[in-house]
Design a protein. Structure first.
Lengths: 417, 289
């Protein structure tokens, strides 16, 4: 049983011993339970992503337990906070796999954290779910990636934005594997659609002064700016861009703006007109989603964060796994993997989604939206989009015995032009 | 030509930005030899003061120029009384204590306000155009504030009794206290002023940066490099180091991109410290403030 500092303080101060008691009893017969380990950054720089994900994880587990559990067994949620530190990821992944003997591990936010723990969990044969949008290319029998990939979001948003704004695109991206590879995808789709890339720039995650770049953008005179910026420091870009009056003349499109709830952290004036594409927005229509948002806000109070793709994928990732456990009749690894590969599907908050057996990625609904008054208005919907980027390189049915990350060295190395 | 003017303005702003984020740290380090690892969090608290108070309807100018320095200055005085005063002369212990303090501040703000706080402020004052280029008028305002702040600190140090006593304490606290100066109070006021200037900087930067509990970490490294490169003289050192490092960073960022811009800044600082271990003012402008 692992307590991080914050859950410990919350647990003791809010509920005191009443909450502790079932925990202690629960541990005594822990063998009757299905153990689900969650490793998400709930403190440090990545907590803007990790906290909503951890909340959604908690809610998914609570709901399954309240509905009687899976095959009559309750789920025990083992929650780790790696504090935005990669070193803790490997440590906690090892602990979850060997110490807790978790039946499934839902973990990782950045691509760097995923690549730190994926080999560990593979080695210990612990089923692994990665519920974050990422650059695509993971092909691993032991790993299921339920987040969106560039073929789902970037491919849809590029033509829409180019039609609306023009064909000359200036790309700015975060300087680590996700940003680098995503920038290559953007470039590919821009070129495929007959556009041109004026320039591409990468920013270390702690850059807060974007002045020189804004001048370069003005000199290059593009029709639009594509942002794959990540994290708290990079929010400065959108503000300084608006302060220089640029948001009025050269609009921004992005598939990263919004997952950190950036649209709430800049004013309406600064953000209006930004285009984004995700497989989920809180504004997605439908009763399923309305009920989901209501339950989330009731559970986490008036201060509940805006629900974005990351939080909802975490929720749906657990629900997909739960469907497979029910179908397999057990939480053991191989039967669950086989059940997951049987084309399992779910009517979730983001609509009807399923898992693609060839790549272990989600077949997801993609929504394009425009920001107005700190709210996303959905302008286009593309249902049941396959992970066609990863499908180019990965077929786990033909060759199940692999654990490769194909886009590790960029797209050209993976044979994609 | 337009580009040259726009770029020059941008580089001056980059320099002013460095001065702004470093000055509070420089005062605390230069006067008291206390390395304040919670400096980034003082900036963050200044930003939060502005975001929270404007969310409650306070005028943004009042929040930035009055509330932010006031709130963070008071927090600084409190920190000095409760923590720092027991650790003078113990450099390593202060490092550890202020690092703990920074974690405490991040944790406290996250607990009270959550991992993110919605904001409604945007940079006041609009954009100005220079031919084909446009810049933020607010950046010009920040340059002006930075210059005014440097002049103000200089005037206080040079011409007021407080400045005289502070400089005396800085040179030799034993002698100052033998002459009847309450060095205890001088330290408290200096720390409070340093914190207040950090709060002001954080508040002024709030409309052009993201304000999050963990944002302090992105400022602390650059502030430290600037202060250490500058050396013992608070104003001359911070200004000289900011001009050098900010200039290199701005030019390289424009020519090659932000990654190499950051690399160039760090490389310049390493070379500088190797050649001048006591900083720029260890060799030049030694008698300056």
């Amino acid at each position: 049983m692992a307590f991080d500092r914050r859950t410990f303080i919350k647990g003791t101060s809010v509920a005191g011993l009443t909450l502790m008691a079932p925990g202690i009893i629960g541990r005594a017969k822990a063998d009757d339970k299905i153990r689900l380990a969650s490793i998400l950054d709930q403190s440090g720089g990545l907590d803007i992503y990790g906290k909503p994900m951890a909340n959604a994880t908690q809610m998914a587990v609570d709901e399954i337990n309240a509905a009687g559990g899976l095959n009559g067994q309750q789920i025990e949620l083992i929650n780790y906070d790696p504090q935005s530190n990669i070193q803790f990821y490997t440590q906690y992944a090892t602990k979850a796999a060997t110490g807790d003997k978790a039946h499934v591990v839902h973990a990782g936010i950045t691509s760097a954290s995923r690549e730190a723990i994926r080999p560990t969990l593979g080695r210990f044969q612990s089923l692994y779910f990665y519920n974050t949008q990422y650059e695509g290319g993971v092909c691993d029998r032991n790993c299921f990636c339920t987040g969106s990939t560039p073929a789902q979001t970037v491919e849809k948003l590029v033509p829409y934005a180019m039609n609306k704004f023009g064909k000359k695109v200036y790309i700015i991206a975060a300087d680590y594997n996700y940003g680098q590879i995503t920038a290559q995808w953007v470039k590919k789709y821009v070129t495929d659609n007959g556009g041109e890339v004026a320039d591409t720039e990468f920013f270390p995650l702690d850059v807060t002064n974007f002045g020189p770049t804004i001048k370069k953008i003005q000199a290059a005179k593009p029709d639009m700016v594509w942002s794959a910026l990540v994290g708290g420091a990079h929010i400065s870009f959108y503000r300084q861009y608006a302060a220089a009056g640029m948001n009025k003349s050269v609009p921004i499109a992005s598939t990263t703006f919004g997952v950190g709830n950036e649209h709430k952290l800049i004013s309406a004036e600064e953000g209006d007109g930004i285009l984004a594409a995700y497989t989920y927005f809180q504004e997605v229509p439908g009763d399923n989603n309305a009920a989901f948002v209501k339950r989330f806000q009731e559970k986490f109070g008036a201060d509940a964060p805006y629900l974005n793709e990351l939080a909802t994928r975490s929720y749906e990732g657990i629900q997909l796994w739960a469907e497979a456990v029910k179908k397999a009749g057990t939480a053991d690894r191989m039967p669950v993997i086989e059940a997951l590969e049987s084309g399992i599907s779910l009517a979730g908050p983001s609509g009807d989604i399923s898992l693609d057996p060839k790549t272990h990625h989600g077949v997801l609904n993609v929504y394009l939206a425009e920001l107005k008054d700190q709210t996303f208005n959905i302008v286009e919907t593309h249902n049941a989009q396959p992970p066609s980027d990863t499908l180019l390189v990965c077929d786990l049915q033909a060759n199940p015995d692999q654990a490769t990350f194909y886009f590790e060295n960029g797209l050209e190395a993976a044979g994609i032009k | 030509m337009d580009l040259a003017i726009a770029l020059a303005l941008q580089i001056v702003y980059g320099i002013a930005n460095l001065v702004l984020i470093s000055l509070g740290l420089a005062i605390i380090f230069g006067m008291m030899r206390v390395i304040n690892l919670a400096h980034g969090e003082f900036l963050m608290l200044g930003g939060y003061t502005v975001v929270i108070s404007t969310n409650h309807g306070v005028n943004i100018w009042f929040a930035m120029l009055v509330l932010a320095p006031l709130v963070v200055g008071l927090i600084g005085v409190l920190v000095e009384r409760l923590l720092i005063q027991y650790l003078y002369g113990r450099m390593v212990d202060t490092l550890l204590a202020t690092w703990g303090l920074s974690l405490l501040f991040v944790g406290l703000v996250t607990t009270i306000f959550g991992a993110q706080t919605e904001t409604t402020i945007s940079p006041p004052l609009g954009a100005i155009s220079i031919g084909d280029y446009s810049s933020s008028a607010y950046e010009l305002f920040l340059i002006g504030v930075t210059v005014a702040l440097l002049l103000l600190v200089w005037a206080v140090m040079k011409w007021t009794r407080l400045g005289l006593v502070a400089r005396a304490t800085m040179q030799s606290d034993d002698m100052a206290s033998a002459l009847g100066v309450s060095t205890r109070n001088v330290y408290m006021i200096t720390f409070g002023l340093g914190a207040a200037i950090s709060g002001l900087a954080g508040g002024l930067l709030a409309p052009v940066t993201g304000v999050l509990p963990s944002i302090g970490a992105t400022y602390i490294a650059k502030a430290f490099i600037t202060v250490i490169s500058g050396g013992a003289s608070i104003l001359a050192g911070t200004s000289a180091a900011s001009i050098l490092l900010g200039g290199i960073n701005g030019i390289m960022s424009f020519l090659t991109g932000p990654t190499l811009g950051e690399v160039a800044l760090l490389a310049a600082a390493i070379v500088l410290i190797r050649l001048m271990p006591t900083g720029i003012t260890g060799r030049f402008f030694r008698k300056s403030l």
